[in-house]
Design a protein around this ligand. Sequence first.
Ligand code: ZN
Length: 124
Amino acid sequence: MKAETKFDLGQEVFFIHYYVEESIKKCTECDNGKITTTKGSVLGCPFCYGLGTFRKCYSVLYVAVGKIINIDVTFCPDHIPHINYTIDSNHEKINENLSRIENEMFATREEAEEQMNNLEKEIK
Ligand SMILES: [Zn+2]
């Protein structure tokens, strides 16, 4: 059985990836997590739970580029081919080969960026 693949081995493709960024903000209600009451006792800050800072993690989406190094086609009992691509990306934040299906890959950066903008709209 043969399957038509949308992309070729060795082809450069674009895809959406993300990395997690952490932001740390200083709590403005206390002094390093401590609050001194008018009577002089020192309490843990109830706003930041005595930490003095707020930590927040969020994902940053971006368009990455990579090269197809393997195409794996498996046929299910329904004879529909499932095509899985292995992508080698030399992006600084990606240090392993990634596995992607056709719907998640794009031949041009513009297409990938359009998809990414749609995704960001869904998230917001
Ligand atoms: Zn605080």
